[in-house]
Structures are given as C-alpha cells and as structure tokens.
Design a protein around this ligand. Sequence first.
Ligand SMILES: *Cc1c(COP(=O)(O)O)cnc(C)c1O
Length: 383
Amino acid sequence: IFDMLRTGKWWRGNGEHVADFETRYAELIGTKRCLATASGSTALMTSLKALGVDAGDEVLVSPYTFIASYNVIFMQKALPVFVDTDPETFLIDPAKIESRITERTVAILPVHIYGLPVDMDPVNAIAKKHNLKVVEDACQAWLAEYKGKKVGSLGDAGCFSFQNSKNLPAGEGGAIRGNNDGVMDRCHSIHNCGRPYGSIARTSSYPISGTNFRMQQFQALILMSQMNRIQKDADIRLANALYLDAKLKEIPGIIPYRLVDPNSRSAYHLYPFRYIKEEFNNAPKDKFIRAMNAEGLPCSAGYGQLNREGLIEDTLNSRGFKRLFSETRLRQWRDENILPGNDKLCNEAVTFSQNILLGSRADMDDIVNAIAKIHKNRDSLVS
Ligand SMILES: *Cc1c(COP(=O)(O)O)cnc(C)c1O
C-alpha cells in the first residue's frame, strides 16, 4: 500500500489494482465479469439503473434486511414492494412473490440475508415468466452457495459489500458480478460518469447518464491482501455453524435457521436462530438476550420491522412520489403492507456476529452450555 501511495496513482484510471481485484473476485465466485464499486449500496444502484429500473417502476424486495436494500430502490424513484418473509428460512418466501406483481413491476431484489442463500430457482422462474430482472443483494453473502453455485452469480446482477463490518472488509467498497457483457458494460459506464465502455458506443464523450461510484486503489489493495484467508475463514465459520446447528436444536425453544436446499451453504455474516419464548416461561426476547450477555455471550435481536420505518411514509407522501404513483396505488400499497411472517421473525430472531464463529470448538460448547443453562433456569428469567 505504501508503494502505491508513493506512486501517486490513487484512482483506477491510472493504476491496475482495482482491475486486478475485479479479475480475482470474478474467479473466486465463478462469473465472467466483476465491477468494483465504492460500496454495496452503489453496486445495487448501478445494477438497478443498468437493468432499466426507472422512476415510477416497482421492485419486489425482501423486508427482512438492512435498510440499504430498499433505500436503493427509492433512490431510483421506484416503489419497493415488500414480499413476506418465511420465518423458518429468514428469507423471501417465493410463494408470496406473484401476488405482488403489478403492470409496473420490473425487477425482483432478493436478499441473501446473513449470508443465507435465497431459493433462487423459483425466484428466477417467476422472473422469467413475468419478464422481470433479478438483482441479488449478496452484500452479506461472500462465497455462500445455492445448489453448489456461488450466490451473486444466479440473477442478472449480484451485489456485494466490503463495508467495514462485513466478512471481507475494506472500510468501504462493493462489487457487482455478472455474466452478461452488455449489462456489465452498462454498469461500468454508469459507475464512471457515463463514459464509453466496451459495447457502450463511443457516440459521444458521455453516451449514457451516470455518476462516480468508482472504487479506489487503496480499497482494492486491502481486499487483495485478504484473498487468501477468505475461503479459509468461511470454512471455519461453516464448520462451527454446523456444530451449533446440531447442538442448539436439542434445546427446547431454540430453532436454528433452515437452509432452503441441502446442497447450499451460508456465508454466516451472522449466525441466526429463533427464540420461542413459550419454551422459556414466556420471558420476552430482550430478557433472554440480557441473560445471554450476562453469560458473556454478545448477541443481538436481528432486524426490526423495516416495512414500518417512518421514512417510507415520508417518501410516499413526497411531491415526486405523488406525481409518479396514483393515490389508488399508494393506498393499495399501504393495505398490502401486512407481513405476518416477517413480524413473527422480527419477534423471534436472535443473532451472533460472524467473528464468534471463528472461535474454537470449545467456544462453541460454551455457547451451547450457556443457552442450555438459561433454559434450565428459565423460571428466573421472568422474576
Ligand atoms: C451492508 C449491506 C448493504 C449496503 O452495503 P454498503 O457497502 O454499506 O453500502 C446492502 N444490503 C445489505 C443486506 C447489507 O448488509
């Protein structure tokens, strides 16, 4: 990094490191192309724009996620339409997708939350039938697999984040992966101020409208320095997670996530399970979490009901949205914003962060023993 600093070649336009990282990451995940971006959010925004999502369109999205997943849809002046979550998998329920499609729907944005792979076959089949684009939010799913294939390579575009909290961090950073040269050329052009790239014709200096979402050389070098450990770390997390799965499900009221396909693996950005309070003397989840913390186990409560965030009503009531969407449509949107599966999951979810899964087998036993102890002493949770 210091060598690169001294050269003064700090941006991708005059150095090779960003392009090198793109080649390496495409190889790692098994796609033809990769484009590095400034962040996961800008990767998502670039993909949505490249695939033609425009003002007044609708995009189907999972509500059990980080807020960025649907904010990027609002940034396109499009309407995020939530599809309910299957609480057993923590993921978008493919059976709930079709009833949410309208004549304005142009894309589906499934989220591989916590690194858990979405059931992509039915998602892609529905997309094909209704002529929709698929943008995978794989911002927590580096090296996760669905039916033996890496996630992020299964839709029209797959987006990753390298923000500092992620399993592959670079302070900030992101990537888009794809197999379609036309789409990836458009992404490149859009993220580079609309300059010509590949098949994006050199009809003028700026053939397409775009902006600056470029990754810096520093970020690429930090990412390259981690390429050797990322698979190793993922394997350690997986082995510990499988061990926890087997042990935790023996404890009444603790239900680990369910994978949608046995030939899949999660990236475990977090390790999630559900807490069923009826098995813990009806103690509310926050009491359980406090008891866990008292045992020295940091864990948290997962995502809240993001479909009820105040920013949504503010956006729907904004001048622009009132121009773009009819009152009838927005009323229907509100009537349909009832997500019992997602609400149930928000009530029950508990998560461990990924670094806990990098511990030893003895550390995993400590986790299991602590939860078993809390269950045994559940009567004292409510006193
Ligand atoms: C982190 C994250 C993003 C956004 O990535 P940034 O790099 O922070 O912009 C989007 N979606 C999900 C699910 C994420 O976890």
